[in-house]
Design a protein around this ligand. Structure first.
Ligand code: PGA
Length: 248
């Protein structure tokens, strides 16, 4: 069953007290009877504090290293993340690909390591502007999925969430139109149906990300194949974030 999900990617923002306040505000303002799952991805430093609330706003990590332990100075292992009680992780965010050189091979290892430790990967894919301008976004995103995600069994793929985030829309205030979002989301679903089967395709939540905000969320979430959003900037304000979560 496709779940409705609204996820906040806090990126490298907030100091500890600000992160706690934001989380508390989201928990307080969230409606109890909603069928939308809300999750946040704070900087890893704050994760254990937020998890202590045991609130029904899930806390995930933005990153981890796909080994259990070892000489990887500065990294946090998949086992360490899982042991904190985390259930979700971003994988393949365009900022990790762009600024930290994460390639499809590493992302495949991350997907496998996450699943091995019962973490749900929110696998991010999406094309840069020059690819969109050449109208090659379909094959570009397809290749990202083929290289890092579609090696999974149907059973494991069903444990994943996919986020389509056109790079040109991230943090730019320039969101994809609902037609552009729906076109890509329905393509992703049909590739899954073709490679696996329609039951698998119908069970995976596909989120849209890229300048999604309290004003445009309704139109995006109304699309047949859009199951929610991965929200950056607008997730740093509890009111905007909750408005987005109520936009179905
Ligand atoms: P944005 O970021 O909403 O600020 O565009 C989205 C993301 O990077 O996940």
């Amino acid at each position: 069953m496709r779940k409705k999900i609204v996820a906040g990617n806090w990126k490298m923002n907030l100091l500890p007290a600000e992160a706690l306040n934001l989380y508390r505000e989201i928990v307080d303002k969230k409606s109890d009877d909603s069928d939308v799952e809300i999750m946040v991805f704070p900087p890893s430093l704050f994760v254990s504090d937020l998890i202590k609330f045991k609130a029904d706003v899930s806390v995930g990590v933005q990153n981890f290293f796909p080994e259990e332990k070892g000489a990887y100075t500065g990294e946090i292992s998949v086992a360490q993340v899982a042991s904190m009680g985390v259930h979700y992780t971003l994988v393949g965010h365009s900022e990790r690909r762009m600024y930290f050189g994460e390639d499809d091979r590493l992302l495949k290892r991350k997907v496998d390591a996450a699943l091995k430790f019962n973490l749900t990967p929110v696998f991010c894919c999406g094309e840069p502007l020059e690819i969109r301008e050449k109208n090659e976004q379909g094959s570009f995103v397809h290749e990202q999925l083929e290289n890092s995600l579609f090696h999974l069994s149907s059973e494991d793929l069903k444990k994943c969430i996919i986020a389509y985030e056109p790079v040109w829309a991230i943090g730019t205030g320039k969101t994809a139109s609902f037609e552009q979002a729906e076109e890509m989301h329905s393509s992703i679903r049909s590739w899954i149906a073709k490679k696996y089967d329609s039951e698998t395709a119908e069970s995976i939540s596909i989120l849209y990300g890229g300048s999604c905000n309290a004003t445009n969320a309704k139109e995006l979430f109304a699309c047949k194949n859009v199951d929610g959003g991965l929200i950056g900037g607008a997730s740093l304000d509890a009111d905007s974030f909750i408005t987005i979560a109520q936009s179905f």
